[in-house]
Design a binder for this molecule. Structure first.
Ligand code: PAF
Length: 291
């Protein structure tokens, strides 16, 4: 695994790999790597002749005022150790500086549009987050020019917006792979932010996943989605420890909330603030047409 910090070093490594017929597979991260990230690399390495490029960059433009940009864990040394210990590490680790990504004020330049979807669910609590995220992902796509990119399914709204951006602005030239959420033994979704939970918060956190399963179970037994959601919400709202932000069902193909009577593939989304830590999770399932 080679570490590069500049776009010119990155591009020279990538052109050599392409000349050898490699497929460039991009895995963007903000570091503080855990098993979830490592599974993205594993997924990428399964592609034939993969040349996996992993980036570590804590992107300032996707954090709003008062968000955790300053305290976001930066653990480059241990990240490098974890990567080097893999049987199949990425071929290239790209760790650009803020100046490399946003030279001379370019952070303020117009960003790819998240549109109305940038103002719902995560976008309500984190205004501007998705514009900043799309800005950096499109920058990476432009400099890495990957054939394939791998993202985790845990950030469902992010993934939806990235797929839409690839369709609208990159002519579907990048194949997006959706990697399954990696979970702890008690099914809490792995996240770099879990380390900020107290013992009490950590023991509450698996309630997110168990509630998702409960809603899915009750819908599959014939309960109306609106009733199933209302009944399950109280388990997630437990102030002062935990405050439910949203528990919602969306049509997976449009990310629009569904009404009772909908049938097709849905995503059940949840966000809860546990202590000051924002936790999100989701599952995907089918709602069958009534027989
Ligand atoms: O999911 C993340 O870690 C970030 O939003 C991403 C895609 C690396 C962009 O900064």
């Amino acid at each position: 695994m080679k570490l590069v910090e500049t776009v010119s070093e990155l591009q020279s490594e990538i052109s050599q790999a392409k000349a050898l017929g490699k497929t460039v597979v991009f895995v963007p991260t903000m570091g503080a790597l855990h098993e979830g990230h490592l599974s993205l690399i594993e997924e990428g390495n399964q592609i034939q002749d993969a040349f996996v490029v992993l980036s570590i960059f804590v992107n300032p433009t996707q954090f709003g005022k008062g968000e955790d940009f300053d305290r976001y864990p930066r653990t480059l040394e241990s990240d490098i150790k974890a990567l080097a210990a893999l049987t199949n590490p990425p071929a290239l680790l790209f760790v650009p500086s803020v100046e490399e990504v946003y030279p001379a004020g370019s952070a303020a330049e117009p960003k790819p549009r998240a549109g109305a979807l940038g103002t719902v669910f995560e976008g309500v609590a984190r205004p501007g987050h998705f514009e900043g995220m799309l800005q950096v992902v499109s920058w990476f796509f432009e400099v890495v020019k990957p054939q394939v990119a791998v993202f985790g399914a845990k950030d469902a709204q992010q993934l939806f917006l990235i797929k839409r951006m690839v369709h609208r602005e990159f002519n579907d030239s990048i194949e997006i792979i959706e990697a399954m959420t990696v979970r702890e033994d008690d099914y809490l979704a792995k996240s770099s932010r879990n380390r900020f939970l107290s013992k009490e918060g950590r023991s509450f956190a698996p309630t997110l996943f168990s509630t998702l399963m409960q809603v899915q179970g009750s819908i599959s037994e014939g309960e109306k989605p609106s009733v199933a959601l209302a009944e399950a919400s109280s388990a997630l709202d437990s102030p002062p420890l935990a405050k439910l932000d949203y528990l919602a069902l969306v049509d997976k193909s449009t990310f629009s909330p569904i009404s009772d009577g909908f049938h097709g593939e849905v995503q059940l989304l949840v966000a809860v603030v546990v202590e000051s830590v924002r936790l999100i999770d989701n599952i995907t399932f089918y709602i069958q047409e009534p027989a």
